[in-house]
Design a protein around this ligand. Structure first.
Ligand SMILES: [Zn+2]
Length: 180
């Protein structure tokens, strides 16, 4: 069931501190559109996500960032997206336009994490994130959070976790000391 799957992944995001309060959102592709978490929903609560069609207006209740998700699905054949607010990834994003992990998992699974600009709810963020996710599994919107896209919610969550871990290592190792 979709609501259980969203709850399971949302629980993991909370457990690792990748989101707080009612921030973040997730979606999965479906026939003619995608299912996305509700606006203001706690990601670890069991709630049925909202269906957003590929074109036209989104229904009331859909996450306000549905435009970013729609743009990502249009630009590449991804099937699931996780948007989170991981602290170290956001801190690292002020320092560079491209993060190069130095830890083993980061180097293997996301050797380059692009950092993009864009205020929430704008066309700019939708365009920049969808462009970055055409060739990378995860990107960071500067000062805001991560967007990860893949085949499944599990994979998109894992990329989010790997990106946060990589940024934490970079900051703790002193490679990004300038921002601290
Ligand atoms: Zn956000």
């Amino acid at each position: 069931m979709l609501d259980q799957e969203f709850e399971r992944i949302g629980g993991r995001l909370f457990l690792e501190g990748l989101v707080g309060a009612s921030f973040g959102n997730m979606s999965v592709r479906a026939e003619g559109g995608f299912y996305i978490t509700r606006s203001g929903a706690y990601l670890d609560a069991r709630e049925m996500p909202v269906f957003v069609p590929d074109g036209g207006e989104a229904p009331d209740g859909a996450s306000s960032e549905y435009r970013v998700h729609r743009a990502v699905y249009r630009a590449a054949p991804h099937r699931a997206i996780v948007h989170a607010h991981p602290v170290h990834a956001v801190a690292a994003s002020f320092n560079t336009d491209s993060i190069k992990p130095i830890d083993s998992e980061g180097r293997i699974f996301c050797p380059e994490i692009p950092v993009v600009e864009g205020e929430p709810g704008t066309d700019e963020i939708a365009q920049n994130v969808s462009e970055a996710l055409r060739n990378h599994p995860v990107t960071i919107v500067r000062g805001h959070g991560t967007f990860a896209a893949s085949e499944t919610l599990d994979e998109a969550y894992i990329y989010t976790s790997i990106a946060e871990y990589a940024c934490r290592i970079l900051l703790l190792s002193g490679r990004l000391r300038r921002v601290l």
